[in-house]
Structure formats: C-alpha cells, structure tokens
Design a protein around this ligand. Structure first.
Ligand code: GDP
Length: 330
C-alpha cells in the first residue's frame, strides 16, 4: 500500500486530495496545526467513516520547525508528499507579508531538505500559483511565461517554485510544482471572492443580509474546480519524469460573471445588493490571469470536468444548505 503525506490536509485542496488518495487505496498521513480540531474541518466526514479513518493518520506538527519536519518525513517514509499547507490569500498577504513569505518559502525548503536527507526516492508535489506571473503581458500564460510576481504571496510562491526546480535539477529529486490557477469549491475559504459572493447570495435570499461589498468587479480570473485540480496533482507524481505544469481551465470570467451565476441561480438581481468598496480594491491587481494547461492535457491526460457555471451553482446551493443546518467548518 502506497503512503502519502499531505500538508494542509484539512483545507480545501487537502481534503479533496485525501478523498482521492483514499479512493486509490493509499495510506494517507496528514499534517495539522497544533491545536487545530480536525473534527471541525473539511476532513471531518473522512474521520467519522471507520474504514477510511483506519487508513488515515494525522500528525499535529508545526511546519515552521525544521527538526519536526525532518522527523516526520523520516517516520512516515512516504512514497509521495503533497505540500499544500500555507496562507493562500493574496489580499491577506499584503496585511501579513512576513508570515506569508516566511511560511511559503521555508516550509517548501524544509520539506525538500527532509526529502533529500530522509527519503530521496519519494516524489514531491508543491502547490505553486498563477500569482507568480504577476501582471503578465501575454495571455494565456504557460510554463514559459516569465515569472514576475506583483504581490507578497506571488513573490513567495515564485521563490518556492524556483527552489523546487533547483532541487530537482541539482539533486535529481522527483519534485514538481503545479502552477495552479484559481480553484474553488464549497470548501473554499470565505474570504475568496467566489465563496464570499455565493455565501452572500444565499444569505440575501434568506433575508439575513442586505448588501454585499466588493472590490474590483472587472477583475478576471481563470476559475476551475478544486476537485479537478487535485486529480492533476496526483497525476503529476505518477509520471516517468518530474516537471512543472500549469493547471488551469483556459476560460476567463469576471467577478461580474460570478455575481450573475450565483445570484442568478437563486433568482436574484445582484445589482440591487452589491456596492463597491474602494478599500477592497487591491494595489497593482493582476487584471486578467488566464492559463494554458496544454502541457498538462497532453502529458498528464488531464482536463477539467466541471464548468464555471456548474461550480458556482454548486457553491451557492451548498451555502443555502449550510444556512439551513448552520454547520460550516472554515
Ligand atoms: P486571488 O486571485 O487568489 O486573489 O483570489 P480572490 O478570490 O481573493 O480574488 C479574485 C479576484 O476578485 C481578484 O481580482 C480580487 O481583486 C477580486 N475581488 C473583487 N472584490 C473582492 C472581494 O471583496 N474579495 C476578494 N477576495 N476578492 C475580490
């Protein structure tokens, strides 16, 4: 039975990846922050399912501590490591740049060093981001697009992406970066714009909220479904050779399109409720991130299966359901 170690297992991507790996008969080890309660996270349903829970081990560990990371990698001796942990919100990275950068850069480095010294044959996936391209002058972007980040989060991810490549080339490690475009789901953090909008639409429909404040409505993103993205992460580690891949849908939508899809699915007209708040407009916003995932499609045989409209509808209805039950791990 193959063993995988997933950092950030309780988050959106980690939880979908854990489901996928369990489905594929892996033994899944996951890291959680000291003090965090996994029963109140996106993996709660896996922990309450005995046959699945038997193949899961959670480790409370601080990924800021090099010795603990090294000891964990040595103890688990994983076949595959998926590094998904970290603060992933661009807006927040302006507010806490030091913490965002320190964690993103040094946690990747600690894991790569642990891999090198403890289990050099293990395969390593690192979650990079389209934010490394900053304000690209070409669209769509691919693996050849110059790395030129414009926010602290993008800078940190750029550094980690270079580290992964350096360790692959210098030490021959099977280390890969997935350059991930925005990927969403009902498990997305509530401060991301898709979830914020879907949640507000449901609350407005229920009469619990009167207005929604947003930043730049014209900003465009390439939004895919997280469940599709974790499949590509797994596929990247099943190849004969390690490499970096852009993962994206190749379809661009604006924040207005999210509003149309979310409010529209509940029969609401968003213009009645939305106000722009200049404080939510970001400095040097990348206006149009759009990815070309041709390499992933050709080499990995990967393609996204969930359309933008289906995804926003799923997210909106999940919020309606949550308002009914009042249960929502964040
Ligand atoms: P990001 O692409 O990783 O920064 O993902 P987000 O979901 O945070 O933001 C996507 C886009 O929505 C960005 O261009 C934001 O500037 C824009 N946006 C507009 N209003 C808001 C808002 O109220 N919250 C967030 N998070 N983003 C907003």
């Amino acid at each position: 039975m193959r063993r995988a170690l997933v950092t950030g297992i309780t988050g959106q991507d980690g939880s979908y990846l854990a489901e996928l790996l369990l489905e594929k008969d892996y033994h899944v080890h996951g890291t959680i922050r000291p003090g965090a309660d996994p029963a109140k996270s996106w993996i709660a349903h896996l922990l309450s399912n005995p046959p699945l829970h038997e193949r899961m081990v959670l480790h409370q560990i601080c990924l800021k501590d090099s010795e603990s990371v090294k000891d964990l990698v040595a103890a688990v001796a994983p076949d595959e490591i998926y590094h998904l942990a970290g603060q992933s919100h661009v807006g927040l990275s302006y507010e806490i740049p030091q913490e965002t950068c320190e964690f993103a850069v040094l946690s990747a480095l600690r894991l790569l060093e642990s891999l090198r010294s403890q289990c050099p044959n293990a395969r390593f996936f690192s979650a990079s981001s389209a934010a490394i391209f900053g304000r690209p002058t070409v669209a769509p972007q691919d693996e050849q697009t110059p790395i030129a980040p414009v926010n602290p989060y993008g800078c940190a991810k750029a550094f980690a992406t270079h580290l992964v490549r350096a360790y692959r080339e210098s030490y021959g490690l099977f280390a890969c970066s997935g350059i991930l475009y925005n990927h969403e789901s009902p498990r997305r953090g509530p401060n991301f714009v898709t979830r914020k909008i879907c949640r507000a639409a449901a609350a407005i429909k229920a009469g619990l909220q009167q207005e929604l404040l947003l930043g730049d409505l014209e900003a465009k993103r390439d939004w895919g479904h997280a469940r599709d993205f974790v499949k590509a992460m797994w596929l990247m580690l099943q190849q004969a050779n390690p490499d970096d891949y852009v993962l994206a849908t190749g379809v661009s939508h604006s924040v207005i399109d999210v509003l149309d899809a979310a409010f529209g699915s509940l029969g609401l007209e968003w213009r009645k409720y939305v106000r722009q708040d200049p404080a939510l407009v970001r400095p040097r916003e990348p206006v149009a991130l759009l990815g070309n995932s041709r390499k992933a499609r050709v080499i990995l045989g990967w393609e996204p299966t969930v359309s933008f409209e289906e995804m926003i509808r799923e997210m909106t209805f999940a919020e309606v359901e949550r308002l009914g039950t009042g249960v929502s791990p964040e």
